[in-house]
Design a protein around this ligand. Structure first.
Ligand SMILES: [Zn+2]
Ligand SMILES: [Zn+2]
Length: 161
């Protein structure tokens, strides 16, 4: 169940023509099923959406969990809502609790830069790869990433507990 509001703007994208991915690794390409013109099949996973009695629900075009996954990737508001729900603003590195917490990708998304569409690693975009960091820990991590960049060393190893 998505935590942010599932607004009408998502309905407006129904039946959209497929666009070519612009290569932006922060917004990975949407699956072909996203562009479906059929109601009752999920725009994220492509599977059929069933009602409790086992018949196809032709009024829906998303599974609840799939909508959550989708929003987590494409809408930063949902990202923050999910993180808050899990971590309550507590820094995953130093443990401090701060109102100005940051959402951080443990394995930095930038590692997906220049990766071909078919080779994208979707684990980078999951909630498991997101953590809450306080401002100062986030800055330190970002700085260490900049230093390590180009050395082909996975940065997150240094940061995982
Ligand atoms: Zn689905
Ligand atoms: Zn911290």
């Amino acid at each position: 169940m998505p935590l942010s509001r599932w607004s009408s703007r998502h309905k407006k994208t129904f039946g959209k023509k497929k666009e070519k991915w612009d290569g932006n690794f922060r917004l990975p390409p949407k699956p072909d099923s996203y562009y479906t013109e059929t109601k009752g099949s999920c725009r994220w996973c492509g599977d059929v959406i069933l009602k409790e009695d086992g018949t196809i629900n032709t009024r829906k075009s998303w599974h609840e969990d799939c909508a959550t996954e989708y929003l987590l990737i494409y809408h930063s508001g949902e990202q923050r809502a999910q993180l808050w729900n899990r971590d309550k603003g507590k820094c995953n590195h130093c443990g401090c609790e701060n109102r100005t917490w940051h959402a951080d990708h443990i394995k930095p998304l930038v590692e997906q830069k220049h990766v071909k569409e078919k080779d994208l690693d979707w684990s980078y975009y999951s909630l498991d790869n997101l953590q809450t960091l306080c401002k100062s820990c986030h800055r330190k991590k970002t700085n260490s990433e900049v230093k390590l960049r180009g050395k082909r060393k996975p940065v997150y190893k240094k940061w995982s507990k």
